[in-house]
Design a protein around this ligand. Sequence first.
Ligand SMILES: [Zn+2]
Length: 96
Amino acid sequence: MITAPQNNDYKPGTWKGLLIGKRQRRSASFTCPNGHVCSLSKYEILADGSVHPSVICSMDGCGFHEFITLEGWAAFPPAPPLEEASEGQKTEKQLL
Ligand SMILES: [Zn+2]
């Protein structure tokens, strides 16, 4: 079991956040300790950052196979300002 820190430079043993498609589905890539970038788009990433099932590096002959947890996943991506906007609208309505 590996806890991977977030890193945007594909450093070995880290993850990088991705937003996929029009609906901006949250996903990630994971760079295995041997430096191979693996997409996690087919994996399930739980709210606590744990990835299921265990991650197998897609590079032939690498042999990396571990359960990983994405450190800081809950904070990815930084919250959009949508909630603030609706709060503001509420306040405006209350004022009216
Ligand atoms: Zn690998």
